[in-house]
Write a protein of this length. Structure first.
Length: 294
């Protein structure tokens, strides 16, 4: 039972706030990957986090079952994520790009149920865990496990790398241009289809990296997407669909609410509070926290 807030040792609140920051880094990866795809293709991949689930399974089998080192299994996860991103785009997204939004929603939602059902059939609903012997550090009475520090550091480095890719490379500039005006890019001789494929590959790569980092802290099962999928979508909407900076900020806002709320009240109530704040914000700023006021 959680003690009353007045009698709670402030060290627990500080530790919760730090854990919220560490979680926010990984959530930012998920949100930026999904937002990147939406910003360019104008389609929300409902099954995005289920691709993460498949990458986590890949790490489990290559590391635990086949005995590969964790870094090698992580590279497999990255490659698998990029491949899955391209395959999903070519087989499912590309044929429905010009379809009605409801058809796009049904297609990606159908992929979600297919992946969950296939994973259940192949690997049952058992939770599978990758066991890592990593130290925990104590700083001023606050315990910081390496299983949270390492994913956070890698996540921030990946976010920086994504920013540099989008702003300092030709293909990254083309991706941003297509997200702003795809018709104009076609008139200038650029191939939107090529940009779509690269974007899907990069988004899938980020899903693979997120899977490699989440396996540090969570077990994987067929319905893992239900744990992080709605939260990732909430973050994207709160930050503004297609707005990368907004998604990054919203990731830390939501993770702090969940983490601190989980300590003060309960983990379940932490998610409830985050959802209530999300609903309120949608009335106050329906375009997201980074939307410009009219």
């Amino acid at each position: 039972m959680t003690p009353p807030l007045g009698s709670m040792d402030p060290i627990f609140l500080v530790e919760a706030a730090i854990n919220g920051i560490l979680l926010g880094g990984v959530l930012a990866l998920l949100a930026l990957g999904l937002n990147l795809i939406f910003g360019v293709l104008d389609i929300v991949w409902i099954a995005y986090v289920d691709l993460v689930m498949l990458c986590m399974y890949a790490i489990y089998f290559f590391n635990v079952v086949y005995g590969w080192p964790i870094w090698a299994a992580g590279l497999v996860s990255l490659a698998l994520g990029a491949i899955l991103g391209v395959v999903v785009h070519l087989l499912i997204i590309s044929p429905i790009l010009t379809s009605a939004p409801i058809n796009q929603l049904l297609a990606t939602g159908g992929l979600l149920f297919f992946l969950q059902s296939a994973a259940t059939f192949l690997w049952t609903t058992d939770h599978k865990t990758v066991r890592l012997s990593l130290p925990s550090y104590e700083v001023a009475g606050i315990f910081l496990p390496a299983t949270r520090i390492i994913p956070f550091v890698i996540s921030i480095l990946a976010v920086i790398a994504l920013y540099l890719f989008l702003t300092r490379t030709y293909i990254g500039t083309a991706i941003r241009a297509v997200s702003q005006d795809r018709d104009a890019m076609s008139l200038m001789g650029a191939s939107p289809q090529r940009i779509y494929i690269v974007t899907s590959a990069v988004g899938g790569l980020m899903a693979g990296l997120a899977g490699a980092l989440l396996i540090f802290q969570y077990s994987v099962h067929p319905f893992f997407g239900g744990q992080f999928g709605p939260l990732t979508f909430m973050i994207c909407v709160l930050g503004g669909l297609g707005n990368m900076v907004g998604a990054f900020i919203a990731s830390f806002i939501m993770s702090e609410i969940i983490s601190i709320g989980g300590v003060v009240i309960s983990t379940e109530m932490g998610y409830v509070i985050a959802f209530v704040i999300f609903i309120v914000m949608m009335f106050v700023r329906p375009g997201g926290i980074m939307a410009k006021r009219e």
